[in-house]
Design a binder for this molecule. Structure first.
Ligand SMILES: [Ca+2]
Ligand SMILES: [Ca+2]
Length: 235
């Protein structure tokens, strides 16, 4: 009987977390149990389920930002207060991230938007929580669809990813047929053929910015997008 209940619960979780847009994420008061990780330094805590087990975990970020470009460490701590990983980061003008679940395993992927006023990199990152090593899946151009209009998907304007479940497969609304060109200081990986447009919900704060022509949208799975945008010799 217990096994049956466990199975039902795991099925319920699978349904809940499979094919998920932005995972709920809040900044909370620092739990006292986390103080030891920071040995007296000032930090803030983000409460989010980053490993997909249905329980919210903790991401602790230092708050002692200086003018120095020194790297700093985020500490990711599981819901049971065990350290999952440290992430070394550099201070940037923009450092946004969300968790989404766009493949077929319960571990969420990271949607990252980082950079400076002269260019922001948007990409999906696959987590490997067993090794603590993340890998970039692909870079993209973010576009907000709102009332049949298209806007640039600035990280402060997007509210969710446009996805749907199609025969149990997560499909992302996207476009590979567009004339968007990016100027500015962004990462242009030599292992990627093109930047797909990835669609978001949201409300544009800069509606007059021309984003370029998008000739059509389609719903593709993450592996279908990878097949189309990644060169086969990606290391
Ligand atoms: Ca969790
Ligand atoms: Ca996943």
């Amino acid at each position: 009987m217990n096994k049956l209940i466990a199975l039902l619960i795991s099925l319920l979780f699978t349904n809940l977390i499979y094919g998920q847009g932005f995972v709920k994420m809040d900044t909370i008061n620092n739990p006292t149990a986390l103080q030891d990780f920071f040995s007296g330094l000032d930090f803030q805590t983000i409460h989010v389920d980053f490993n997909g087990d249905g329980l919210r975990d903790f991401i602790c970020q230092p708050r002692y930002k200086t003018e120095l470009i020194d790297p700093h460490k985020e500490i990711w701590i599981n819901s049971d207060f065990k350290k999952a990983k440290s992430v070394e980061k550099y201070w940037m003008d923009y450092d946004y991230f969300w968790f989404v679940n766009i493949d077929s395993d319960p571990e969420p992927e990271i949607l990252s938007a980082t950079g400076y006023s002269d260019g922001i990199d948007y990409c999906f990152i696959d987590q490997n929580l067993a090794t603590g090593k993340d890998s970039i899946l692909f870079y993209f151009d973010p576009v907000i669809l709102n009332a049949n209009k298209k806007y640039w998907g600035y990280p402060w304007d997007i509210t969710d990813l446009r996805i749907k479940l199609d025969n149990g497969l997560v499909k992302i609304k996207c476009s590979l047929d567009h004339t968007i060109t990016r100027d500015g200081e962004i990462t242009r990986p030599d292992w990627q053929k093109q930047f797909p447009v990835i669609c978001f919900s949201g409300q544009s704060t800069q509606p007059n910015i021309n984003i370029g022509q998008i000739n059509g949208f389609e719903w593709l799975s993450i592996s279908e997008i990878l097949d189309k945008v990644i060169l086969t010799n990606k290391k």
